[in-house]
Design a protein around this ligand. Structure first.
Ligand SMILES: Nc1ncnc2c1ncn2[C@@H]1O[C@H](COP(=O)(O)OP(=O)(O)OP(=O)(O)O)[C@@H](O)[C@H]1O
Ligand SMILES: [Mg+2]
Length: 321
């Protein structure tokens, strides 16, 4: 509880500081623009230009709003959320509730809007020219598309990890510390780096080489480094877009274990093409199908063992997609 209020206070204190913009716990480094989606030029826009911008109103969840018992477990909620790129609809009206401190998987064939939906959650789509978002995406009850929400602060609270590991060309320590330092957080950097690396299950492998370049690590280690960088500023939600698809089976297994562990402390939303992976690591699964339609969202076990929709069954059993 206290930690949450502290975090809210800290975030409020940082509101509207344009210098913070390039950081974003989304870990979006220069190379993130190369991520498969293209066009996500992390530093291109989103700088808060209004000093009065407020952050996500965490009081919605911490202020004892007694009426929200039904949704107390829900941290992210989309309501008729729609996305267009120019005239093309990429996401049909989507309504879904994502539970807190669980792993929610998003699966579906290529081009069905998985990344598009994920990027709505921390407003990364703002950075794509021609992208329009309609409907609502609520984080702790507050529509993140409201004018008074600072997208930069939002992205610190809702961090992101991409498909391709993208460490900065800096030391391991500096990669993890980057978010903390640029945010000017008043913390013991060494301790915070150690904590994040431990949480990312990388500490034992790198503790004696913290000054070596992050780029010298293996692909799997680099991805865990990126996860450490994302969690160092202590976000509440971690979005992952196919975080293991570029990794070998051993590294994949480590990342999968890590995702499950992280869900004890964070809400994790993970896009994956790997259905076995979704079945293994997630509590909830959303199935999108071609055309940007959310066809079914339910407990993972139900989706994989007894889906409602025939199209989901066909997709899961490999009949199409
Ligand atoms: N930056 C963009 N500009 C224009 N159209 C885009 C952009 N990004 C995605 N789209 C289109 O939106 C639709 C959904 O794309 P999205 O990347 O969300 O799919 P996806 O499910 O993540 O696919 P994949 O599994 O291949 O990553 C596709 O038709 C895609 O061509
Ligand atoms: Mg994608």
């Amino acid at each position: 509880m206290d930690a949450k209020s502290d975090r809210a206070d800290r975030l409020r204190g940082e509101a509207g500081n344009p210098a913070l913009h390039p950081v974003m716990t989304d870990t979006a480094p220069p190379t993130a623009a190369e991520a498969d989606d293209g066009g996500t030029e992390q530093n291109a826009s989103g700088t808060p230009d209004d000093e009065d911008d407020v952050l996500i109103d965490t009081t919605v969840s911490t202020g004892g709003d007694g009426g929200s018992t039904v949704r107390s477990d829900t941290v992210i909620e989309s309501r008729n959320l729609e996305v267009h790129y120019g005239d093309e609809q990429a996401l049909k009206p989507t309504t879904m509730e994502i539970p807190e401190r669980r792993v929610t998987a998003i699966i579906g064939p290529s081009g069905c809007g998985k990344s598009t939906f994920l990027r709505c959650i921390n407003r990364m789509n703002d950075l794509i020219d021609g992208c329009t978002v309609d409907g609502e995406l609520r984080f702790r009850g507050k529509n993140v598309y409201d004018e008074d929400v600072d997208p930069v602060a939002l992205r610190r609270t809702i961090g992101m990890v991409f498909q391709k590991p993208n460490p900065f060309p800096k030391s391991i320590k500096d990669n993890v510390a980057y978010g903390l330092e640029v945010q000017d957080m008043d913390v013991d950097v060494d301790a915070a780096v150690e904590k994040a690396l431990k949480r990312a299950a990388l500490w034992d492998e790198v503790k004696d080489q913290l000054d070596s370049s992050g780029l010298d690590l293996s692909g799997g280690q680099q991805q865990r480094l990126c996860i450490a960088r994302a969690i160092a500023p202590d976000p509440e939600v971690i979005l992952m877009d196919e975080p293991a698809s570029a990794l070998d089976p051993v590294a994949t297994s480590k990342v999968e274990d890590l995702i499950e562990e992280l869900s004890e402390d964070y809400t994790v939303v993970v896009v994956t093409h790997n259905m076995q992976q979704a079945a293994r690591i997630s509590d909830k699964t959303a199935v999108f199908l071609t055309g940007g339609e959310l066809v079914e969202f339910d407990d993972t076990q139900t989706i994989f063992e007894n889906p409602n929709d025939d199209r989901v069954e066909d997709y899961i059993t490999g009949k199409f997609g």
